[in-house]
Design a protein around this ligand. Structure first.
Ligand SMILES: Nc1ncnc2c1ncn2[C@@H]1O[C@H](COP(=O)(O)OP(=O)(O)O)[C@@H](O)[C@H]1O
Ligand SMILES: [Mg+2]
Length: 887
C-alpha cells in the first residue's frame, strides 16, 4: 500500500464515515473532491477533471475542485440531482495551525434537510419525510429544517401505498427516509420515486419506538409527548424520531428552531389522493415542471412566503368541518368587503420577508448580517399591520391575529437591538467585519479608531518620506504577505536614507520598511484582526439573543402567514368575481353559474357558466355525454374545484354555491386523456378504479372521465357500465359522482338506475359543422359526433364521408347499438340489462321492475300549485289507472 499524505488520510477518514455522500474537502481556497467523487462531480457540474498524486492503490488520483466562494452556486445543482454532499472544513486557522490543519465534516447537505438560501428556488416548504411501521399501522412525519415545522401522523391501513403516496403528493417532500428493512419494499420505493422523492434507507435503530420517544423528549425538553398529541401513537413517534435523528445526524448541531411537533389526523381533512391532485392540477401543472395552469397559481396573490406556504397547505388539505371552514370564510368576507382594510394590510405585508427561514438560519447559526436586517425590516412592519387592523377588524380570526401580534412584547426590543447593532447595508460575509454600527460597542470603536488612526498616519507618512528623500515616486503600500512597505523604483535607489531596511526585491523596485512603519503596522494589523474577531463575537452574541426568542418569532410568522393567506384569497375573490360558498353538512351540491377558475382565464370568446345540482338521493350520479371537445372534462373539474376551493376556505367562481361537505374527492381520467403519465395503460386505469370503488364513502365526490377508454370499445363499454352500476348502488346512498363518457349508448342506464341522471353538453349541428354551445342540459345525447369533430379538426372530406358509411354499417350490426335502440317499440326494459350487469342494480336478487306509469305520473305532480279539488280529482283518476293496470 502506498504511503498517504496526512491530508489524504483525513480525506479517506471522512469518506469512510460518509460513504454514501460526495466529500467536499476544503483545501485553502478550494473544495476539492477525489477519486470516484471527483469523476461524478466533474461530470455533473461540467468542470475539469484532473489528477494529483496517487490514491490508496498507487494509481493516479482523479481530482475536481471548485473555489470555496462558488459553493452556493454548485452545491444546489448536486443536491437537486439527488446527491448528498458532506462538507469537510478546515477546523482551525491555517495561520495558527502547527503542522497539518485539522479537518472534519461539519454537515451533510441532503435535499430534505437543506437550510441554505441558495438551495431554494421558491418559498414552498422543503420537507424531509419519514415513514415507519408495518403490518397495518403506519406513521408518517414531515420535517422542514428551514422553517422548523414538524408534523406527524399515524394511520391504520393494510395496504398503505396509496395513503402514503397521497401524503407525499400533498406535502411534496424532496427526500424520504425509511428503515433499511422497509427499503426492500420495492413497491413503496417505486411509488415515492414516481413523485420525485429521493428515497434513502436510514439505520433501523432510528425507527425504534422507545429510543425515538427518548430522543424527542430530550430535544423538546419535555417529560412526555402527551402535549404533542403522539404519546399513544408508536409509529407517529418513531417516524418523527427517525426524521429528527436524521436531521441532527446530517446537520451536526442542535436544531433549536424545531421547537414543536404537531400530530395531525387524516380525518380532519378532505382526502385527495396523488392522482386526483395531479388530475385537478391543484398545485402543479400536469406536465410536471412549472405551475402556470394550477389552481394555486390563480389563487396565489400572497405577499409573504409564509402566506404562500399556508395557501398551499389550505388547498392541499381542505377542511371537512363546517365551523372551521366558516371561520376562514368569515375572515375572508371581512377582508373582501373592506377594501381599505385589505389594501392597508396587504401593503404592509409586502415588506415582510421570510421570517420563518430567517429565524431558522439565526438559530441554526448560518445567518449573516443581511438576514438580520431583513428580519428587522419584517418585524418593523408588524406594528403597522396591527394598526391597520384597527380596533375592530370585524371577525374572530382577524381579532385573534391582531391580538396575537400585539401580545409579543419583545418585538420592539429585537428590532431595536438589530437597529443599534447592525449597519444598514452590511456585507454578505460575517468574517470580514464591517457589520457592527459604531456606538454599539466601546471596545470595537476604540479598535476602529486605532485602525483608522494608523491608516491616517500611513498616508501622512508617505508625504513625509517623499519630502525627506526627495523621491516623488515613493509609495507606501500594503500586501497580505509582507504587510506595509515603502516602495522605491530601482532608478531612485541611490537616494534612500540610512534607516530604510530592505524587505523585498521586485523586478523594477525595492521595498523597504522603517522601525516606525513597523510599529504602526503592528498597531493597524492587530487592531484589524481584533476588529474582525470582535465583530464576529458580537454578531454571534446578537444572533443568540434573537435566537432565544425563536418560538415567539415563529408564532408571529404563523400569524402573518394566516393574515396574508386570507387577505390574498380576499383580493383574488374580489378581482375574479368569486362568491362566498354556503357550507352545509348535508349532501347537496348546488352551484349556479359555476366557472372553471383556470380555464375561464384562458378561453377565448368568454367562458360559459354552468349550473350543477347534486345530492345523494335523486341526483347522485350525473352521466355526462357530448362530443369530444364539448367541455365535459372542464365541467366536471369545475365542479370538484369549486368544492375543494370552498372547503379550503376560499370564495368560488360562481354566482351562488351551496356545498354539502365532501370527505374525499377521487378523480380518474381514462387513458387517452391522461397524457401526463407515460404509462397510461389500461391496467393502471383499472387499478386506480379499484381504489375508488373500495374507498369511496357516502360523502365522497367521484369524478370519472372517459373511464374504459383505454381498451376496445366493447370492453370499455362494459366496464364503464359496470362501474356506473356499482357506484350507483354502493351502500345504497351517497357517492356523488360525475361520469363523462362518449359511449352515448350508456345513457339508457338511467331508466334502470334511479339515481343516475343524464346530462349532455349542448352542441348545434349546422350542416356538416358543429357549434359548441358549452351549456350543460338535462337529458342524453344520442350521437357521438366523432365524425363532425374530425371534420372540424381538418380531416379531409373524403375520409369523413367514408367514416360515416362505415359507422352506419357498424351500427347496423353492433350489439351495443342493438341494446340501445328501440326495436321493441318502447323504452328498453331494464330487466334486459341484468344479464350484462356485473353488479346487481339494487342489491336484491329480485328482478327490477319497469317504472310504473302511475308512480311516474304521481312523481310529476306539482302538488303546491294544485287546488284541493284538482288534487282530489287527480287522485281518483290515478286510482282508476292503477286499477286498470292490474296492480
Ligand atoms: N364552459 C365553457 N366555456 C367556454 N369554453 C369552454 C367551456 N368548457 C370547455 N371549453 C373549451 O373547450 C375545450 C374542450 O373542453 P373539454 O372539457 O376538454 O372537452 P371534452 O372533455 O368534452 O372533450 C376546453 O379546452 C375549453 O377551451
Ligand atoms: Mg375530456
Amino acid at each position: 500500500m502506498i504511503k498517504l499524505t496526512p491530508a489524504m488520510k483525513q480525506y479517506y477518514d471522512a469518506k469512510k464515515q460518509h460513504s454514501d455522500a460526495l466529500i467536499f474537502f476544503r483545501m485553502g481556497d478550494f473544495y476539492e473532491s477525489f477519486g470516484e467523487d471527483a469523476k461524478i462531480i466533474a461530470k455533473e457540474l461540467e468542470i475539469t477533471l484532473t489528477t494529483r498524486g496517487k490514491d490508496i492503490e498507487g494509481e493516479k488520483m482523479p481530482l475536481a475542485g471548485i473555489p470555496y466562494h462558488a459553493l452556493d452556486n454548485y452545491l444546489p445543482r448536486l443536491i437537486k440531482k439527488g446527491y448528498k454532499v458532506a462538507i469537510c472544513e478546515q477546523l482551525e486557522d491555517p495561520k495558527k495551525a502547527k503542522g497539518i490543519i485539522k479537518r472534519g465534516v461539519v454537515r451533510v447537505v441532503t435535499p430534505g434537510t437543506a437550510i441554505d438560501t441558495s438551495m431554494f428556488t421558491d418559498p414552498s416548504n422543503n420537507y424531509l419525510m419519514s415513514i415507519s411501521g408495518g403490518d397495518g399501522d403506519y406513521g408518517v412525519s414531515f420535517l422542514d429544517v428551514s422553517t422548523g415545522e414538524f408534523l406527524t401522523t399515524q394511520f391504520a391501513d393494510k395496504s398503505p401505498y396509496d395513503r402514503i403516496a397521497s401524503e407525499a403528493a400533498r406535502m411534496r417532500p424532496s427526500e424520504c427516509i425509511i428503515s433499511r428493512t422497509m427499503f426492500s419494499d420495492e413497491r413503496l420505493v417505486e411509488r415515492l420515486k414516481e413523485l420525485n422523492v429521493l428515497v434513502q434507507g436510514f439505520k433501523d435503530e432510528a425507527f425504534d419506538v422507545d429510543s425515538s420517544r427518548k430522543l424527542l423528549e430530550r430535544h423538546f425538553n419535555v417529560s412526555t409527548l402527551e402535549g404533542m398529541g403522539c404519546a399513544g401513537l408508536p409509529y407517529a413517534t418513531s417516524s418523527a424520531g427517525a426524521a429528527l435523528d436524521y436531521a441532527l445526524t446530517t446537520q451536526m448541531r442542535e436544531l433549536g428552531h424545531v421547537s414543536e411537533l404537531s400530530t395531525y389526523s387524516d380525518s380532519e381533512f378532505m382526502m385527495l389522493d396523488s392522482i386526483t391532485l395531479r388530475n385537478l392540477e391543484i398545485v402543479k401543472n400536469v406536465r410536471g415542471e412549472g405551475n402556470d395552469t394550477s389552481i394555486l397559481k390563480v389563487l396565489d396573490d400572497t405577499n409573504t412566503p409564509m402566506g404562500g406556504r399556508l395557501l398551499q397547505k389550505w388547498l392541499l388539505k381542505p377542511l371537512i368541518n363546517v365551523d372551521s371552514i366558516d371561520h376562514r370564510l368569515d375572515a375572508l368576507e371581512c377582508l373582501a368587503n373592506d377594501t381599505m382594510l385589505r389594501f392597508d394590510v396587504r401593503s404592509h405585508l409586502s415588506f415582510v420577508k421570510d421570517i420563518e427561514r430567517l429565524i431558522g438560519r439565526v438559530v441554526y447559526g448560518n445567518s449573516n448580517a443581511r438576514d438580520l436586517i431583513a428580519l428587522k425590516r419584517s418585524l418593523g412592519s408588524v406594528p403597522q399591520i396591527v394598526e391597520s387592523m384597527g380596533d375592530d377588524p370585524g371577525c374572530e380570526m382577524l381579532i385573534n391575529i391582531r391580538d396575537g401580534l400585539l401580545g409579543f412584547e419583545q418585538l420592539e426590543n429585537i428590532v431595536k437591538l438589530i437597529d443599534d447593532a447592525i449597519v444598514d447595508e452590511p456585507p454578505v460575509s460575517v468574517r470580514e467585519g464591517g457589520m457592527i454600527r459604531s456606538g454599539y460597542n466601546e471596545k470595537l470603536d476604540e479598535l476602529k479608531g486605532m485602525s483608522t488612526g494608523g491608516k491616517t498616519w500611513i498616508a501622512s507618512f508617505q508625504q513625509k518620506e517623499r519630502d525627506r528623500t526627495g523621491i516623488k515616486s515613493l509609495k507606501v503600500g500594503y500586501n497580505r504577505v509582507f504587510g506595509y512597505y515603502i516602495e522605491i523604483t530601482k532608478s531612485n535607489i541611490a537616494q534612500i536614507p540610512d534607516d530604510y531596511i530592505r524587505k523585498q526585491t521586485m523586478r523594477n523596485a525595492e521595498r523597504f520598511y522603517t522601525p516606525e512603519l513597523k510599529e504602526w503596522e503592528d498597531v493597524i494589523l492587530s487592531a484589524d484582526e481584533k476588529i474582525t474577531a470582535l465583530e464576529n463575537e458580537l454578531f454571534t452574541e446578537i444572533t443568540s439573543r434573537i435566537a432565544s426568542h425563536a418560538s415567539d418569532l415563529q408564532r408571529i410568522a404563523v400569524l402573518i402567514g394566516q393574515l396574508d393567506c386570507t387577505a390574498s384569497l380576499a383580493e383574488v375573490a374580489v378581482n375574479n368575481n368569486f362568491v362566498r360558498p354556503n357550507i352545509t353538512s348535508d349532501c347537496k351540491i348546488l352551484i349556479r353559474e359555476g366557472r372553471h377558475p383556470v380555464v375561464e382565464k384562458t378561453v377565448r370568446g368568454g367562458f360559459v357558466p354552468n349550473d350543477t345540482e347534486m345530492d345523494c338521493v335523486d341526483e347522485q350520479f350525473l352521466l355526462i355525454t357530448g362530443p369530444n371537445m364539448a367541455g365535459k372534462s372542464t365541467y366536471m373539474r369545475q365542479v370538484s374545484l369549486i368544492v375543494i376551493m370552498a372547503q379550503a376556505g376560499s370564495f368560488v367562481p360562481a354566482s351562488h354555491a351551496s356545498i354539502g361537505i365532501v370527505d374525499r374527492v377521487f378523480t380518474r381520467v381514462g387513458a387517452f386523456d391522461d397524457l401526463a403519465s407515460g404509462q397510461s395503460t389500461f391496467m393502471v386505469e383499472m387499478v386506480e378504479l379499484a381504489n375508488i370503488l373500495n374507498n369511496a364513502t357516502p360523502k365522497s365526490l367521484v369524478l370519472l372521465d372517459e373511464i374504459g377508454r383505454g381498451t376496445s370499445t366493447y370492453d370499455g363499454y362494459s366496464i364503464a357500465k359496470a362501474v356506473v352500476e356499482y357506484i350507483h348502488n354502493k351502500g345504497r346512498v351517497g357517492v356523488r359522482s360525475l361520469f363523462a363518457t362518449h359511449y352515448h349508448q350508456l345513457t339508457n342506464i338511467s331508466s334502470s338506475l334511479k339515481r343516475v341522471k343524464n346530462y349532455h353538453i349542448a352542441v348545434k349541428e349546422d350542416g356538416d359543422d358543429l357549434v359548441f354551445l358549452r351549456k350543460i342540459v338535462p337529458g342524453a345525447t344520442d350521437k357521438s359526433y366523432g365524425i363532425h369533430v374530425a371534420r372540424l379538426a381538418g380531416v379531409p372530406h373524403k375520409v369523413t364521408q367514408r367514416a360515416k358509411e362505415v359507422l352506419q354499417d357498424i351500427e347496423d350490426e353492433s350489439v351495443i347499438s342493438k341494446e340501445s335502440d328501440s326495436k321493441r317499440g318502447r323504452k328498453k326494459k331494464s330487466a334486459q340489462y341484468t344479464q350484462l350487469m356485473l353488479f346487481d342494480p339494487e342489491g336484491s336478487s329480485a328482478p327490477v321492475a319497469e317504472p310504473d306509469p302511475v308512480v311516474e305520473e304521481l312523481k310529476e305532480l306539482d302538488v303546491n300549485s294544485m287546488t284541493p279539488i284538482e288534487a282530489l280529482n287527480k287522485l281518483s283518476e290515478l286510482q282508476k289507472k292503477a286499477g286498470k293496470g292490474g296492480k
